[in-house]
Design a protein around this ligand. Sequence first.
Ligand SMILES: [Zn+2]
Length: 399
Amino acid sequence: MPRSLEDPIKASQTTRFIGSFEGNKKGPTVIFFGGIHGNEPAGVQALEHVFSSLHKSELEINGAVFGIRGNIPALLQKKRFIEDDLNRIWSSEQIKQIEKKDRSNLRLEEIELLEIKDIITQILRTQSPPFYFIDFHTTSSKTLPFITINDALINRRFSQQFPVPIILGIEEYLEGPLLSRMNQLGYVSLGFESGQHDDPIAVENSIAFLWLTLVYTKVLDKEEVIDFDAYYHQLYTASEGNTNFYEVVHRQELKRNDAFSMLKGLESFQKVSEGTLLAIQNEEKIYAEKDTILFMPLYQRQGAEGFFLIRHTPNWALKTSAIIRKSKLDSLLTYLPGISWSDHEKQSLLVNLNVARFFTKSFFHLLGYRNRKVDETHILMHNRERTAKNKMYRKEAWY
Ligand SMILES: [Zn+2]
């Protein structure tokens, strides 16, 4: 689909940069993404609003800020995606495949990916650290605003500053989200889900989140953002004071042609008791198997997840895992049968489940590993801590 540039409104909606701002003073580089899903315009609108305020103001910013528009063809059609989900094609293997392709054979979202990837590479090459990546989304169901992160300690610490709930480890259940790639490169990266798709509050929450981010990354001093307290309060109220950590324990997978309907009126973070009817998938009734917390129930046609279930992560578990990770005790694991390094850099463990069946998934989570099933008997455990660029962030106040 050619992008018409004749219509001025359309032209402004098809530029890759929503805004960019480079200060005179040295400082961090913050990269925001909006509209990676085309039916989620709240992030784009919030970025337009904040960049326009920055340009009108006399604020002196430190470092640089970029706002990047995600899936442009899908945004124009107000669809999640046109051919492929742009937030599911960022794994290293997928990118390699896409880069090998002849330009004329590229699918729509593959073109979007290559353009965005080039911009990121360019920014990383020309701007100064520390780097932060923030991706704005919204959900089809009602929800409290929340943050999703890959569970590396740098992400936990940075995210903890925002008065919203934090969901750990969702990437383990997803193939190729953009932020997982930024994480694998070692940078602080978080997703912010600001509310329901077309709810104006979702835009307000994203605006508040943007200003807080600019302060927490030290692009702006807190004193310069006059409404800082109001923005903080807005997020605190919208998330009903919930600043808990949660981890994902179940993903209800949908195949492309599955008939799926979620029971009406369910919300993200809603507690459901054992035996509650949640959804109907291909005429089969899906019940909650135990008391649990529902997360991101799907109320739209496009999407590969019907819903998730989450569990509250207690403070002691967070603290214990932080201590264990810092001590790097995991090096000892390879002395055990069935566990070996899968690479020279010692970033991934290959676990043979037939031999090392005494270890549970939560045990590896505690050590900072995310798992990927290789085949029926092997899982690959990738260590988030060993790839995290801790040195880059060590001097930051939040660290
Ligand atoms: Zn999304």
